[in-house]
Design a protein around this ligand. Structure first.
Ligand SMILES: CC(C)(COP(=O)(O)OP(=O)(O)OC[C@H]1O[C@@H](n2cnc3c(N)ncnc32)[C@H](O)[C@@H]1OP(=O)(O)O)[C@@H](O)C(=O)NCCC(=O)NCCS
Length: 173
């Protein structure tokens, strides 16, 4: 059984293992430039982490930040031994629930096209909204890397529009 929950202090080593496994995969395609590392450092304090545990062991993790109208996703990673078993899907579903609870109607992420992850995120319900040549990442394998911005739109329950309604209006937009 897969349980998705906020991180705990005791998860530290298992999270490091998952991150190492995910990073090793990504480094086969690209590495961050210093400006990307600096940007990540700036937002570090705003990030919250959830983990996916299978049989009590942390096998996947993702971080998110709550911004005014979006939940921004970063650092999604699943341990190699547990890939293609729905762990990322469970983590993203958890973030969808958090977003809806917070009345935020959009999840957003950036991914590097050359990793092949655009298709994975499409399967998870995201749509490409922008692409640009990357200034933040570099590669020995590719002359150019493409950063892709993807979003998932969520329903917003807006009872204020229909006060007194037992079933609130659903706005998708
Ligand atoms: C990308 C990653 C997070 C996916 O995690 P995962 O737990 O294996 O993904 P899931 O099992 O939930 O799969 C989600 C969907 O993507 C598909 N998918 C996942 N990996 C795939 C692959 N390597 N090839 C083809 N399809 C793949 C699954 O089939 C599933 O689609 P479906 O339900 O329609 O069949 C994982 O491969 C990983 O950690 N990679 C290294 C780090 C990384 O790339 N992080 C993302 C940075 S933006």
């Amino acid at each position: 059984m897969i349980i998705v929950r906020p991180e705990r202090v005791a998860d530290k080593t298992e999270i490091q293992n998952v991150k190492a496994s995910a990073t090793a995969t990504l480094r086969q395609t690209y590495r961050p430039k210093q400006r990307a590392i600096d940007n990540k450092d700036k937002i570090r304090g705003c990030l919250q982490r959830v983990v996916a545990a299978a049989n009590g062991r942390v096998v996947g993790t993702v971080q998110y930040s709550l911004e005014s109208q979006i939940v921004r996703i970063t650092g999604l990673g699943v341990h190699t031994d547990y890939r293609q078993k729905g762990i990322a899907r469970n983590l993203i579903r958890h973030l969808e629930k958090i977003s809806i609870e917070k009345k935020v109607n959009q999840l957003k992420l950036h991914t590097v096209k050359e990793t092949g992850n655009v298709d994975v995120f499409r399967r998870l319900g995201f749509t490409v909204v922008a692409e640009r040549e990357s200034n933040f990442f570099e590669s020995d394998r590719f002359d150019k890397l493409t950063e892709v911005e993807m979003i998932m739109r969520l329903p917003v329950f807006c009872s204020a529009i229909h006060p007194g309604n037992k079933l609130p209006g659903i706005l998708t937009g």
